[in-house]
Design a protein around this ligand. Structure first.
Ligand code: NAD
Length: 480
């Protein structure tokens, strides 16, 4: 049954409105399969209007002092935090995300609060050219676009918009067709926070339509994208072919965790289990490959199996539930397909798939050859490979033997070894005696190899959202 209290319209120039064609797409609950909402699909015309609204709003927004922009950001931060329960409910009902592990409102609110008071990038000056005083100016790029995935949409909404807005840009965000509701909810909060019309615009719709139009738009000057590596490659091409817009790409992962035989086994089991289990394995940095040194492999596996089996599947709105269903039918079918592949190439040491609806039983494979598909590709489900290794060199080689390079972890009490391995792992982030989602708040986040381009998070995001201009000032009487 469609819930008429849920906002399903597009947010353009400060107003909610239906799409120009009146067309909608169905959003089904991952739990019941029922239609939860009919959401308006943005057309090319809607995208053009949203970008035009942002372009018109940009000069006045950019002219405000950082302090004055910050006042809007801090209001929005407070409203997001106050909406924690409602945002958690929307994600639970639509995508099956358990409310027990919902952290997005807190994390998202922190981005807006941080950027409301951030130290703004300032230009530099140089006296190194005789006869000149040279300076650089840091200026907002104009219209920034954001295209986000469905797994943690509130975090990505905030992570992209807060720095872009703080830097003085106006934004157009397109949410994922699988998770449009919380972005529209946040658009409503932005309206309540009093943002001037056009500074924030939020569109719903599919990738090849609204997404592609936005990525190719000539008036968009920077694009921050999070999603799969497959789509990321298309986005990079569209950005270049259209107007060479600046891009941040945050893409997929196949993250390894290496556990040496001197590690604290219980801590390693606890952390790695949490990483692959969070949101039913649907996170980019989940440690989906675990390499354990031979001496402790049997003990690690036994403990991991017990921990993995303790998940409580059920109604995601029930606070005692720790594992929800996969987000939709496609995601569920994909995970089951990978499990079948895994059975052909490795040894499954957990029970079969008798889970109801879109739920997937936590699944472990051991002895999986390095070259097979399940070892190389992102499964995005509660499926983990636990292989053994003998030497440090072998562990690092296998961990790096993938096109992905988002996150890696190493567990050992030997500091020299930890630092050797951390420096050799090909990943944007390496956890030492910790694994994803652990992450330093003010550290750059992003991927090596096919896991991405550029770095996001806190002050690091601002670079892409600003231009650096050199101004060369000839000064009479100064030097040559
Ligand atoms: P996806 O690539 O299918 O979609 C992401 C977004 O791109 C959606 O809004 C979609 O509508 C849009 N899109 C799809 N095709 C497009 C096109 N041709 N042109 C323009 N836009 C298009 O990814 P997804 O399934 O939503 O998300 C899961 C993926 O995201 C996983 O690979 C995961 O690892 C990755 N992810 C990465 C990070 C990170 O920080 N590196 C974080 C979360 C998720």
């Amino acid at each position: 049954m469609t819930d008429t209290t849920i906002e399903t319209r597009l947010f353009i120039n400060g107003e909610f409105r239906p799409s120009s064609s009146g067309e909608t797409f169905e959003l089904r609950s991952a739990v019941s399969g029922e239609v939860l909402a009919n959401v308006y699909e943005a057309t090319n015309e809607d995208v053009n209007e949203a970008v035009a609204a942002a372009k018109a709003a940009f000069p006045a927004w950019a002219a405000l002092s950082p302090y004055d922009r910050g006042r809007y950001l801090v209001k929005l931060a407070d409203l997001i935090l106050e909406s924690h329960a409602e945002l958690a409910r929307l994600e639970a009902e639509s995508m099956g995300r358990p409310v027990s592990s919902y952290f997005d409102a807190v994390a998202g609110s922190k981005y807006f609060r941080y950027f409301s008071e951030a130290a703004y990038p300032q230009g530099s000056s140089s006296l190194n050219t005789p006869g000149f005083v040279n300076i650089t100016l840091k200026q907002p790029v104009g219209v920034v676009a954001a295209i986000i995935p469905w797994n943690v949409p509130v975090v990505f909404f905030c992570k992209k918009l807060a720095p872009a807005l703080a830097a003085g840009n106006a934004v157009v965000l397109k949410s994922s067709e699988k998770a449009p509701l919380t972005s529209l909810y946040l658009a409503d909060l932005a309206k309540k926070a009093g943002f001037p019309p056009g500074v924030i615009n939020v569109l719903s719709g599919h990738g090849p339509g609204a997404g592609a139009t936005l990525a190719s738009h000539l008036d968009v000057r920077a694009l921050s994208f999070t999603g799969s590596s497959r789509t990321g490659k298309l986005i990079a091409k569209m950005a270049t072919d259209s107007n060479m817009k600046k891009v941040i790409l945050e893409l997929g992962g196949k993250s390894p965790a290496i556990i040496f035989d001197d590690a604290d086994i219980d801590a390693a089991v606890r952390d790695t289990r949490f990483s692959i289990h969070l949101i039913s394995g649907q996170t980019c940095m989940a440690n989906s490959r675990i390499y354990v040194q031979r001496k402790i492999a049997a003990a690690f596996l036994e403990k991991f199996k017990t921990a993995f089996a303790s998940s409580r599947m059920g109604d995601p709105t029930d606070p005692s539930t720790t594992q929800g269903p996969q987000a939709d039918k496609i995601q569920h079918a994909t995970v089951l397909r990978y499990i079948e592949m895994g059975k052909e190439t490795g040894t499954m040491v957990t029970d079969g798939q008798d889970a109801p609806g879109l739920f997937v039983n936590p699944t472990i494979f051991i002895n999986v050859p390095e070259h097979v598909k399940i070892m190389k590709e992102e499964v995005f489900g509660p499926v983990v490979i636990i292989n053994t290794f003998d030497t440090e060199a072998e562990a690092v080689h296998n961990a790096n033997n993938t096109e992905y390079g988002l996150y890696a972890a190493v567990y050992t009490k030997d500091l020299d070894r930890a630092m050797r391995v951390a420096s050799r792992l090909e990943a944007g982030t390496v956890g030492v005696n910790c694994t994803s989602p652990t992450k330093g708040d003010d550290m750059p986040f992003g991927g090596q190899k096919s896991s991405g381009i550029q770095r996001e998070s806190y002050i690091h995001s601002m670079e892409t959202f600003m231009e650096t201009k050199s101004v060369l000032i000839k000064v009479e009487g100064l030097g040559a």
